[in-house]
Design a protein around this ligand. Structure first.
Ligand SMILES: Cc1cc2nc3c(=O)[nH]c(=O)nc-3n(C[C@H](O)[C@H](O)[C@H](O)COP(=O)(O)O)c2cc1C
Length: 309
């Protein structure tokens, strides 16, 4: 009997659905036991979010400040053959609940020396969060062996509108009657996810995860678009500066930083709207001129090793 632990956080269930569809082939196998650990915060984050609460969590998310979690109920003596971590990026960083777990004492003992597969379900920007995940796993002496991502496949500006309607308005289906449904498509969940699950199953049965990410990449478990890669790069350079600027006025929930939070809430979507078309054009030209650089970067982000810098 082989044992898998699935650690995850989800607000609306999208991430859990990605996990269930991916792990379906493993669940069907009676030689595999799957345990779940749902990460729950002491104070639940709101859904839908109010405008202020949503943008107010930005500095702590970017800075990786942990929040309080509900006690972790798990048999500490269980020896898992594989650990799956399901998480969402928040503001190009690891979402606060999962990042808080990664900084806990329990994570130190559970993840030590274990092979890890990460499964992400999000809008479309996860590269920065996954870089932070690679670093956290390295600190925990865990070995990342695979990464699978599910994204909203709509154009960037469309999914910017639909994600805001989703997180701030609680509207998933056809916002204003014209926009597509927010989130990961049913086709990706039903058709592609089990293919990834079968790859994990084959490697788990051999107890050897070497080369698994390459097999996942060949089946499109990670798709990296140059325009989103450039856009994220800008965001990742600027976000810590703005997070510092807001934090200087106070901690999460503080009245004193409200004005700066409000400004960020206007500047961020506006900047994406202005920059997105420009970057899309740039991303068509730049790879022609800097082909080798782009190819190298895409290859790096699709893979599981962490560059030293
Ligand atoms: C505070 C917050 C910030 C987010 N930031 C990002 C982001 O940087 N990149 C992204 O692709 N999605 C982002 N999202 C969307 C989430 O990744 C995810 O799609 C959404 O929260 C639903 O997932 P869940 O129901 O599994 O929690 C964000 C969502 C929230 C609530």
């Amino acid at each position: 009997m082989q044992k898998i632990l699935v650690i995850y956080y989800t607000q609306t269930g999208q991430l859990k659905s990605a996990l269930d569809n991916t792990l379906h082939p493993l669940k069907e196998n009676n030689q595999i036991q799957i345990d779940y650990l749902e990460i729950k915060t002491k104070k639940a984050y709101p859904y839908p979010w109010s405008y202020i609460e949503f943008f107010d969590i930005f500095p702590e998310t970017v800075h990786g400040v942990p929040c309080e979690l509900e006690p972790i109920q798990l048999n500490k003596n269980e020896n898992y053959d594989l650990i799956v971590i399901g998480y969402q990026p928040w503001f190009l960083s690891i979402c606060v609940p999962i990042n808080s777990f990664l900084q806990s004492e329990e994570a130190k003992s559970l993840l030590n020396n274990k092979p890890i597969v990460t499964i992400i379900a999000c809008r479309n920007m996860w590269l920065g969060a996954q870089e932070k995940m690679k670093l956290q796993l390295k600190k925990l002496n865990a070995k990342l062996v695979g990464n699978i991502t599910f994204v909203d496949r709509s154009a960037n500006l469309i999914s910017l509108i639909t994600v805001l309607a989703f997180v701030l308005g609680g509207i998933k289906e056809k916002f204003m009657g014209i926009f597509p449904k927010y989130g990961v498509s049913d086709m990706d969940l039903k058709n592609n996810a089990p293919i990834f699950g079968n790859i994990i199953l084959n490697n788990l049965q051999k107890n050897n995860f070497d080369g698994m990410q390459q097999l996942l990449i060949e089946k499109d478990a990670v798709i990296i678009k140059p325009n989103l890669m450039i856009m994220e790069g800008r965001g990742r350079a600027l976000f810590p500066l703005y997070a510092n600027y807001i934090s200087k006025k106070g901690t999460q929930g503080s009245e004193k930083r409200r004005t700066r939070v409000r400004i960020f809430g206007i500047v961020l979507p506006t900047a994406i709207f202005i920059l997105s078309p420009i970057i899309t054009i740039l991303s068509r030209i730049a790879p022609l001129l800097l082909y080798k650089k782009f190819e190298k970067e895409i290859h790096y982000y699709a893979n599981i090793h962490l560059k030293d810098n």
